[in-house]
Design a protein around this ligand. Sequence first.
Ligand code: SF4
Ligand code: SF4
Ligand code: FES
Length: 259
Amino acid sequence: MAERHFKIWRGDKKGGGFVDYKVESEPGMVVLDAVHRVQARQSTDLAVRWNCKAGKCGSCSVEINGKPRLSCMTRLNQFPEGQTITVQPLKTFPVIKDLVTDVSWNYAQNKKIAPFKPGKKGTDGNYRMQQRDIDRVQEFRKCIECYLCQDVCHVLRDQGKKDKFVGPRFMIRLASLEMHPLDTEDRVPKIKEEYGSGLCNITKCCTDVCPEHIHITDNGIIPLKERVVDRYYDPILWLVRKLFRKSNIEDGKNRRGGR
Ligand code: SF4
Ligand code: SF4
Ligand code: FES
């Protein structure tokens, strides 16, 4: 059984600092296991948020050696023996205690977004969609709301523009709604203004940290930016695309209606 050296941030909104811990490690251990071992044996008041320990609830997000990660999916053997492992709370959100941050700002962004608004059903009482359109939005539905992308986004993290940009997680939510073949809500004006799509400079830092490997920038943010450009700088192209999309859906309906 090897011993690993950890520096874990302890404190609250008034301030804090790193505390050294030595933890006995075993093969297969992840950082969350080590934090739990500290909590069980050395500092019972250490605050840490987690739920599933399977990479699916998105609640164990922290910064490990300076990089946003899920602590339940980060194995100790990723770090060379002898290297200190630092664990600290997400920088972009206010600390509540130790490794637990207040991520409620994200819930407020979610509430700002107009929900799914389907159009009328077909004459047979059913909705019809093309499989390729569903495949496109399926990727965005994998989001586990870990907010690692929000944490790393420099518009929120360094520039502090939380009042001007909803962040990559909610650009992905917007993409899942805007690209849904049955949705009829028009969110493009708000994507440009209130949600701040122009502030993203597509550096892809968000994509790099996403544990679900969602292509946040290429498949979500860039197509949304293109919709803004089409609408405000090339309205004829926007109209052509809108008509083309409508005729594609109707074509699909006709073909399926014959079955
Ligand atoms: S690509 Fe855009 S949303 Fe993603 S981290 Fe960079 S600025 Fe933020
Ligand atoms: S898009 Fe990826 S990184 Fe961002 S909240 Fe969802 S799962 Fe986490
Ligand atoms: S505890 Fe659920 S994702 Fe880590």
